[in-house]
Design a protein around this ligand. Structure first.
Ligand SMILES: [Zn+2]
Length: 496
C-alpha cells in the first residue's frame, strides 16, 4: 500500500493529546498548516517544514485566560511574556467593570480604572479604535474583550457615587451597542467598587438588555464577596434572567474570616441557579486576593501587603500593620496616607479555594495585574499552578479536567469560535507541556518568574514560545465574539 505524503507547516509527533473537552488523553500526532489544525491521528506519512517530537508530553489547546486586566498591556507590551510563558494563547480583557474602551476621561482615571494604567493609557474613545490598536500592536496572544460598566459610567456621569439617570443609561447603552457590533464578548461590572456601588440593580439590568440579541454575556465582580455574598449572587442571577443572557461570576470566593467555610453554601446557590439559567464562574488558584487598596477592607482582621503606593513607593512589599506601627498610627490612618495604592489581601481559606476551583462550572482566570510593580503571582503562575500544584501534586482534579477548565469550557462560554478544543479545521492555538515538570515559579516575594515545564506554545499556528524563551513571533490578534457552540461532551455539563 502506497500513500503520497501530506504536507504541513508543523508536525507534532507522539503527543498525549488533551483535547479540551475533558476526555482522557490519547496518543496522537497533530499537523498544522496556515494557522489551522489540518490533521490528527497517526501521521507518519506526513511531511512538514518543522517536526516537533513530543515524546509523550501533553499537547493541549492553548489556555484561555478569561479573567484579565491586560487591556492596555497587550498594546504596550505586546510580547505578553507573563501569559505566553504559561501557555496562554488568548486573554479576555475588560473584567470587573473596567475596560480601556470606550473611554473618555475627564482627568485621572477613577479607582479602579487606574489598574489599567495612567491617564495617557486611555486613548480609545470608541471600541473600534481599541480593536484597531490591538491589531496594530500585533500582540503575542489573541485578545477578546468585555465592556466595563464602570468605564461607561465614567463617560456619562459627573459623579460616580450615585446611580445613573435614565438618559445616562441610554447613553451608556448606545456605547455598549457600538462595542457589541464590533465584536465585544459582553458586559462586565465591578459593583463592589465605590465607582459602581451606587449603581442600582435596575441600572445594570437595563444596560444589559442589548446583550442577548448579540449573543453576548454578563460577567460580574459582585457587589460583595463578604458576608452578604448569597444576596450578591441573587442580584447577578436576576440581571442574567432579566437580560436573558449567561452569567459569569468573577473570581468567586468567600472573602473575610467570618465568611470562611461557606463555599459549599455558595456553590449550592450556584447549582440551584444553574437548573434554571446558564451561570458559571471563574477563579484563580490562590487564597490571597489583590486589587487597589480599599479602606473598607482595612479592618485589622486580616494581613494586607502593600504592593505599590503613589506617595510612598518605598513601602511596597510590607504589611500595612507594620507600616502603621512604624508610623505610630492606626492601620486606617496608614491606609489613608498610602492612597492611591495597591494591595494583596490574605482573605480566603484554602479549603474554599479548593472546593470552588474543583467545581465543574469553574473556569481558570488569572486576574493578574500587569501594571503592578509587585504583582500578585497569579499574573505569571495561575495556569501552571493548577496543572502542577493542584492537579498533579495535590490530586485535586484530573489533568484533563484542569485543561478543560482553561480551554474548552472557557471558549464555549465566551463564544470564542473554533478555539479551546483540538479539532481538524479549528485554529491552531496549542501548548506542549511536561505534566511531570509543569510548575509555577512565581511567588509573593518573587512574582515575576516564568513557569517551568511549558515547552512550546503556538498561536494561530505560529511557534511563539519555546524552552523558556519567546521566539519573537507575535501572531495574536483581536478575536470577535462568534456563535456559542453546543457542547461536545454532554456528561460534564460543559455548556454552562
Ligand atoms: Zn474583580
Amino acid at each position: 500500500m502506497h500513500s503520497h505524503p501530506e504536507a504541513a507547516d508543523t508536525l507534532i509527533v507522539g503527543a498525549m493529546l488533551y483535547d479540551g473537552t475533558g476526555a482522557p488523553p490519547v496518543e496522537r500526532d497533530v499537523a498544522l498548516r496556515d494557522g489551522r489544525i489540518v490533521a490528527i491521528g497517526n501521521l507518519s506519512n506526513w511531511l512538514a517544514e518543522e517536526v516537533i517530537e513530543a515524546n509523550g508530553r501533553a499537547l493541549a489547546p492553548g489556555f484561555i485566560d478569561v479573567h484579565t486586566h491586560d487591556d492596555t498591556h497587550v498594546i504596550r507590551s505586546p510580547q505578553m511574556l507573563p501569559k505566553i510563558s504559561q501557555g496562554v494563547t488568548t486573554v479576555v480583557v475588560g473584567n470587573c467593570g473596567i475596560s480601556a474602551a470606550p473611554v473618555a476621561l475627564k482627568g485621572d482615571p477613577p479607582d479602579p480604572m487606574n489598574l489599567l494604567g495612567a491617564r495617557e493609557a486611555f486613548a480609545y474613545p470608541t471600541f473600534a479604535a481599541y480593536v484597531a490598536a490591538v491589531n496594530a500592536a500585533k500582540p503575542a496572544v489573541n485578545v477578546g474583550a468585555l465592556i466595563g460598566h464602570t468605564a461607561l459610567r465614567n463617560n456619562h456621569l459627573d459623579n460616580l457615587k450615585r446611580a445613573a439617570t435614565r438618559d445616562e443609561v441610554a447613553a451608556m447603552r448606545a456605547q455598549l451597542e457600538e462595542a457589541l457590533a464590533n465584536g465585544a464578548l459582553g458586559l462586565s461590572t465591578g459593583l463592589a467598587y465605590g465607582s459602581a456601588y451606587e449603581a442600582s440593580t435596575e441600572e445594570v439590568a437595563t444596560l444589559a438588555e442589548p446583550l442577548a440579541a448579540a449573543g453576548a454575556l454578563y460577567t460580574t465582580h459582585m457587589r460583595t464577596e463578604f458576608d452578604a455574598i448569597l444576596d450578591a449572587m441573587e442580584e447577578a442571577y436576576h440581571i442574567g434572567k432579566h437580560a436573558r443572557v449567561p452569567v459569569v461570576i468573577s473570581h468567586l470566593k468567600c472573602a473575610g474570616p467570618s465568611n470562611w467555610g461557606r463555599s459549599a453554601e455558595v456553590l449550592a446557590s450556584l447549582d440551584g441557579a444553574r437548573k434554571y439559567q446558564p451561570v458559571g464562574c471563574d477563579c484563580y488558584p490562590y487564597s490571597r486576593s489583590s486589587s487597589t487598596l480599599d479602606l473598607k477592607q482595612v479592618t485589622g482582621d486580616i494581613d494586607i501587603t502593600i504592593t505599590w503606593s503613589t506617595p510612598h513607593p518605598e513601602q511596597a512589599g510590607k504589611l500595612i500593620k507594620d507600616i502603621a506601627a512604624e508610623w505610630g498610627v492606626s492601620q486606617q490612618e496608614a491606609g489613608k496616607r498610602l492612597q492611591p495604592a495597591g494591595a494583596v489581601y490574605h482573605n480566603m481559606s484554602e479549603d474554599d479555594v479548593r472546593r470552588i476551583l474543583s467545581h465543574p462550572a469553574t473556569m481558570v482566570g488569572s486576574d493578574g495585574l500587569p501594571n503592578d510593580p509587585l504583582p500578585h503571582p497569579r499574573l505569571w503562575g495561575a495556569f501552571p499552578r493548577v496543572l502542577g500544584h493542584y492537579a498533579r501534586d495535590e490530586q485535586l482534579l484530573p489533568l484533563e479536567e484542569a485543561v478543560r477548565k482553561m480551554t474548552g469550557l472557557s471558549a464555549r462560554r465566551y463564544g470564542l469560535a473554533q478555539r479551546g478544543e483540538v479539532h481538524v479545521g479549528w485554529h491552531a492555538d496549542l501548548v506542549l507541556f511536561d505534566p511531570a515538570k509543569v510548575r509555577d515559579a512565581a511567588t509573593f516575594d518573587k512574582p515575576q518568574q516564568v513557569a517551568e515545564g511549558i515547552d512550546a506554545v503556538w498561536v494561530n499556528g505560529v511557534l511563539s514560545y519555546r524552552d523558556g524563551q519567546p521566539t519573537g513571533e507575535r501572531a495574536g490578534h483581536f478575536v470577535a465574539r462568534g456563535p456559542r457552540e453546543a457542547s461536545a461532551n454532554t456528561s460534564a455539563n460543559v455548556a454552562f
